[in-house]
Design a protein around this ligand. Structure first.
Ligand code: TMP
Length: 276
């Protein structure tokens, strides 16, 4: 009928990077955009994955690092051990032949083993700061400007990540050099002991395939995974009333990030990487 014809478009961002954008249903997208525009900023919220969604997949021809793999523990033996886990589990994460339920179990295994190695190695916040300073990590072009615009318009941004909250906070500090009133992070949050060493993680582990189970957290005032970073606390209950969503992700599991919301209109953007 042509009604549901996918549309491909070459888009140039900031005059430098060129992206191929595929729109599954252009008519529907136009309708959603109009509905969101009509309802205005008071009805909108943005929910975004972090690694390779807000951050660049490629940086000057090198693979950008994730919040996990930028981390250098004091004892390098632990970095080797975590890398071995990555080499084994990462291909499974993106293996289309593994059914999702089986894959979710494998992801739990991976996350638990990695978290255990971080604790066993006695990670310090100092190591996090040094690791971020040396990391190959950068926000995509336009992310800072987008956050600024959304802050100006009073639109909340939820960064929903299966990575590490403390590292994401440090990346924001070091790479953006400012905090945003409207940005909150829901991710695996560390607890340090009195000697400043990692002791445990707060709450239930968030991995790439169980974000849907944590989607309600965004509206829970004092949930384990959320630090009331920038005084967005007052607005938490109203997040559920923001029924228009711009969802940004790079993983099938990211679609579950808005499951806690009874949304009216959702525009989902998926970032896909091909070649180098
Ligand atoms: P995301 O939710 O922000 O995309 O973060 C999850 C990514 O972290 C996922 O793609 C796998 C990656 N990861 C590592 O690189 N090393 C690890 O040890 C673990 C557990 C995950």
């Amino acid at each position: 009928s042509g009604k549901n014809q996918a549309q491909m478009e070459q888009v140039v961002v900031n005059g430098s990077e060129s992206h191929l954008v595929v729109v599954d249903n252009p008519n529907l997208l136009q309708k959603k955009m109009s509905a969101i525009r009509l309802a205005g900023p008071a009805k909108l919220q943005v929910i975004a994955d972090f690694d390779a969604t807000l951050t660049k997949y490629w940086i000057d021809g090198c693979r950008g690092q994730s919040s996990h793999n930028l981390l250098q523990q004091e004892d390098p033996e632990y970095n080797v051990k975590r890398q071995k886990l990555y080499d084994y589990y990462h291909p499974l994460e993106f293996d289309p032949a593994i059914p999702l339920d089986k894959k979710a179990k494998l992801m739990v295994e991976w996350w638990e083993k990695t978290h255990a190695l971080l604790i066993e190695g006695g990670l310090t916040y100092n190591a996090i700061q040094n690791s971020v300073a040396k990391a190959t990590i950068a926000f995509r072009d336009g992310v800072t400007e987008l956050f600024e615009l959304l802050e100006e318009k009073g639109v909340p941004v939820l960064i929903f990540s299966a990575g590490l909250a403390d590292i994401i906070e440090e990346v924001l500090k070091q790479k953006v050099h400012r905090s945003f009133k409207n940005v909150r992070i829901v991710s695996n949050k560390m607890v340090f002991d009195e000697n400043g060493r990692l002791q445990s993680f707060k709450g239930k582990t968030i991995h790439v395939l169980n974000k849907n189970e944590h989607a309600l957290d965004m509206a829970a005032p004092l949930h384990d995974h959320c630090d009331d970073l920038n005084g967005l606390g007052d607005e938490k209950s109203s997040l559920k009333k923001r029924t228009n969503v711009l969802l940004l992700g790079d993983h099938i599991g990211d679609l579950g990030m808005s499951d806690g919301l009874d949304y009216e209109t959702r525009i989902s953007v998926g970032f896909l990487y091909i070649g180098s």
